[in-house]
Design a binder for this molecule. Sequence first.
Ligand SMILES: [Zn+2]
Length: 382
Amino acid sequence: MKYNWDLKDIKKARNELRLLYLKEKDKMKREFLESVLNKVEIVITEEQLDDRSSKVIYNYKERLIDMESSFITYEDDYELVSTFHSIIAVYHDKIDTLDGIIEEKIGLDSSYGKITGAKISNDEAMSLTNLFYKKHMKSLYPIFKMFYANRGCSVRFKKNLNNDVMADSFYIPFLDRYFINCLKSKDITKAFNLIHEYGHIIYSYINPQEFYNPRYFMFSELSAIFPELVAYYENDNNFDETQLLFELYLMMTSFYGHSTQLVLHKPVISLWHSHKEQLSKKFFKELDYFYDTDRDLFDSLLDTYIDDQGAYIISYMAAIELLHIYKRDKRKALKLFEDILRLPYEENLFMFINQELKLGENLEEEVVSTIDKLTLALKRGK
Ligand SMILES: [Zn+2]
């Protein structure tokens, strides 16, 4: 099958939305349509820029002000990220050692697929995604199936994606239209990326407000990360176990890296406050002194956002707890997962999740088991 969509498809969708907007009488619906239209316009602008970097680089002061305000808005979320960080930080040395083994055996920035040699086509990746939702997410399958039927004009495989992501997606309510970008790799990770993105699409369909709410919603990655974790766990296709462990490890350590940046936000802000007047050379000098850092590291620290990378961490914490339940009682975990997806956005989802899942409770077990199993597998030379 051919998979493709382009700018004119998004523009066509935008025009259809405009017509709906003009006809709409209900005030609430009009407002929502307007926010959808605004987001579609942003996507169109980014699409026109295409591979050129669309990221706006603010100066240090603007970025610090930005960081400070999110520190207030997302106070509870920073707490959770800090919990996540302190659980994994205990194993920092083990992670360092394992990273060294990986560098030696696989090479940095290399894909594990080079070792196994396993290749899958785009069609195979799509059909594995279909089989996964059919077999393991039965109650959500009718929604998936509806979207899957339109995969040809909704998914495209690209050599390069903006912002170094493996895949991303965009959903337009009212039209039930969606667009997925997926990295054109030969590796089996393509199937897991698709399972992830379809999780987002299903959630946006059930709860479109979530996708379009201005305050970033910290559990929005749960809809994608949980199915991805279940797919690794079930391994229906008998993929190389070491590769799956490797992918799980990469996921965990990339979130750990982000959490390290995020926990430094607080001290950076207080340092900034005490040096506001001389914010320039002295500030950076002090920073170097305190954190043994340099400008590059400071840049990445400022460009790590709680309402972006933090959402992955928090969703991952919830997904790990759900997976823990899943391993003992699939039905219970899937029911809870669906309850979370279906809970109206207006309700306090944070409270609901906190009642049902103790975030962080089983994280350590997961971290230790992933590190130990992967270390063993790589040492055996598998
Ligand atoms: Zn995602």
